[in-house]
Design a protein around this ligand. Structure first.
Ligand SMILES: NC(=O)c1ccc[n+]([C@@H]2O[C@H](COP(=O)([O-])OP(=O)(O)OC[C@H]3O[C@@H](n4cnc5c(N)ncnc54)[C@H](O)[C@@H]3O)[C@@H](O)[C@H]2O)c1
Length: 209
């Protein structure tokens, strides 16, 4: 896809040391016209927006508060981005947490947030909904293609993201609407998500990649 002139929405991009922020930076480097940073942490999100805007003065960078675990919050954020830019071409469902204790929240953010974001992307970019088509990138993980017995729920959400992405990528509704859906599976990246307390998981062992 030619990124020049395109508008992207990225969830969980408010952490300047995180993967979502790096995706935003890379899209702007490739001359995206605009990027919307969505995050649940407003102070961090505003800082990320200001930092990107300083680096890429020709582009338009906005920050929009969004909790991907809330259907209405994600819907409102998509509306705001579409209204602001008048178009949407790229959606990165990237927000994620690693919390085996609060596994319901991990499911809600990682998996349900990604599913919500993918269906909203279809409605905001699909040609039968008035859009021009586009691309959805879901952030899974190597934990989505190999076993991680000590990160059982996190790994399950990432396996499910891979399966969901493969299914919708092959789905006729998405194809007819010219919305392409893919997943990325990063291995370990040194970001704040890695700062979890290893002692909360007995006998924690790092992945063997
Ligand atoms: N870092 C790694 O080793 C690694 C490896 C594979 C996959 N991943 C995945 O990459 C994605 C990004 O993680 P990261 O490593 O950049 O971690 P990170 O903690 O730096 O970034 C996660 C971002 O998501 C935001 N977020 C959390 N809950 C949210 C919510 N409810 N709504 C909106 N935003 C929310 C956080 O505020 C943060 O900005 C995650 O899906 C993660 O599972 C990370």
């Amino acid at each position: 896809m030619d990124i020049e002139g395109k508008v992207a929405l990225i969830t969980g991009a408010g952490q300047v040391e995180g993967i979502g922020y790096a995706i935003a930076q890379e899209l702007l480097r490739k001359n995206a016209k605009g990027v919307a940073i969505l995050d649940i942490h407003d102070g961090m999100g505003q800082d990320a927006k200001n930092e990107l805007q300083k680096q890429f003065r020709k582009a338009v960078v906005i920050y929009v508060h969004c909790d991907v675990s809330s259907k209405s919050s994600l819907e409102e954020a998509f509306e705001k981005v579409k209204t602001h830019f008048g178009r949407l071409d790229i959606v990165c469902n990237n927000a994620g947490i690693l919390n085996e204790d609060n596994w319901e929240l991990t499911l809600n953010i990682n998996l349900m947030g990604t599913i919500r974001g993918t269906y909203l992307a279809l409605e905001h970019m699909g040609v039968n909904y008035g859009g021009s088509g586009g691309v959805v990138i879901n952030t899974a993980s190597t934990a989505g293609v190999m076993t991680t017995s000590l990160l059982s729920v996190y790994g399950a959400t990432k396996h499910a993201i891979v399966a969901f992405t493969r299914n919708v990528a092959d789905n006729n509704k998405f194809k007819k609407n010219k919305v392409r859906v893919s997943a990325i599976c990063p291995a370990k990246v040194d970001t704040p998500i890695q700062d979890f307390d290893r002692t909360m998981i007995p006998d924690f062992e790092e992945f063997k990649y």
